[in-house]
Design a protein around this ligand. Structure first.
Ligand code: ADP
Ligand code: CIR
Length: 362
């Protein structure tokens, strides 16, 4: 697309977003002023990526119901379009105004032994999971990854998994080798990601599908790496019970192995870089699949409690899915401004509080 075409698309996208009086909640709409639009419309990130603001904001321009509405097309997007990304990041992660210092602390996995089994009697928790996002330094993020780069990223991850040891030993499956039925079944078992999130579709996440996509996992499917979903890597540890300590330990060890061969994009201000501003910082989402039948009867109270505890409730199949059979996905909402340990501990404390509230109703 020529600069003129970009300009036209940007102006039209912005107009349709601002003219929509019914959907006024996205952070993009909140912070993208006409002045910023004017300033950034024809600016690009460094070559050879040359991402425009439009490449970042197209999803929010099209989906007015977005909560955020913007992705970074490459690491440079966060600097080049700082005046739009920075307020969005601070708003989402509830960070105080601070224009010079780091918003993210150094990585700190803390004392793994302080993270425990949250439901030894297996009354409430069906499974626990922690995932982090990583992007390999020197590559753009999904909106601007070329077909060749999708393959290169896959190759690098595949090579990095070859030295995995112990319970992390597994195999890599490239998506084009998985038939549709098996893939569906893997999605249902939370082993594989699916294609189809509308926000990601518009942002260009599924270009060249299934090229370069795949999953590495051990036979028990308790340690997994998703390759080229929303980020280059999603490193995941899971357990079919409430043993968050076990999950945490396995994640930390698996990551350390990968760090021996891969260098991940990190910024002094925002911590580890991810395509979505909501994942910056630690990039960590710790969740449990949990049934709280009594608390769930009073949804307003449950939501208020979750808000107070800085927890987010998602559906059984993940973000933008429905709660099935009472199984909620409850996780830490914040990812930036805290250490990895602090966030996992906050999820642990929050889940203990929710279980106590459930038991009070019994
Ligand atoms: P992400 O976790 O990467 O932000 P999603 O919300 O889409 O993205 O979740 C990804 C997958 O992980 C979905 O299949 C979801 O059901 C699964 N999942 C999330 N939390 C748990 C959990 N505690 N136990 C099992 N599966 C989970
Ligand atoms: C949106 O803006 O709604 C989507 N791009 C998804 C944002 C990430 N989700 C979230 O709120 N944690």
């Amino acid at each position: 697309k020529s600069p003129e075409e970009y300009q036209e698309l940007t102006l039209a996208g912005y107009k349709s977003l601002m003219d929509d009086e019914e959907n006024v909640n996205s952070l993009l709409r909140k912070y993208l002023t006409p002045e910023l639009l004017e300033e950034y419309m024809l600016v690009t990130t460094s070559p050879p990526v040359d991402a425009y603001l439009y490449d970042c904001a197209v999803s929010g321009f099209e989906h007015h119901d977005s909560s955020v509405g913007i992705y970074a097309a490459d690491p440079d997007s966060y600097d080049v379009f700082a005046k739009i990304f920075d307020p969005i990041i601070k708003d989402y992660h509830a960070q105080q105004d601070n224009d010079s210092d780091a918003l993210q602390k150094d990585s700190d996995w803390g004392n793994v032994d302080e993270i425990e089994n949250l439901d030894p009697e297996r009354k409430y928790i069906i499974s626990a999971r922690i995932r982090i996002a990583r992007n390999i330094e020197g590559f753009p993020f999904f909106p601007k990854l070329t077909e060749k780069q999708f393959i290169e990223v896959e190759e690098r991850v595949r090579a990095a998994t070859e030295t995995m040891d112990g319970e992390h030993i597994g195999s890599y499956l490239t998506l084009s080798d998985i038939d549709a039925e098996t893939q569906q079944e893997m999605v249902k078992r939370h082993i594989m990601f699916h294609r189809g999130d509308a926000y990601l579709t518009t942002a260009g996440c599924y270009r060249f599908w299934p090229t370069g996509r795949g999953v590495y996992h051990n036979p028990a499917a308790t340690f997994l790496i998703w390759v080229n979903e929303e980020d280059h890597l999603r490193i995941i540890s899971m357990a079919p019970c409430g043993d968050l300590g076990d999950v945490y330990n396995r994640l930390v060890n698996g990551l350390q192995e990968l760090e021996k061969t891969l260098t991940f994009a990190r910024s002094p201000r925002y911590g580890f870089l991810s395509a979505c501003p909501t994942n910056l910082g630690t990039t960590l989402r710790a969740s449990v699949h949990i049934r709280l039948p009594l608390l769930s009867k009073d949804n307003e109270r449950l939501v208020a409690l979750a808000d107070e505890l800085q927890l987010q409730i998602r559906g059984t199949g993940g973000e933008h899915t429905a709660i099935e059979d009472g199984v909620m996905d409850i996780s830490n909402r914040r990812r930036l401004g805290f250490t990895e340990f602090e966030l996992v501990k906050s999820l642990q404390d929050g889940i203990v509080a929710l279980i106590n509230a459930e038991e009070e109703l019994e």
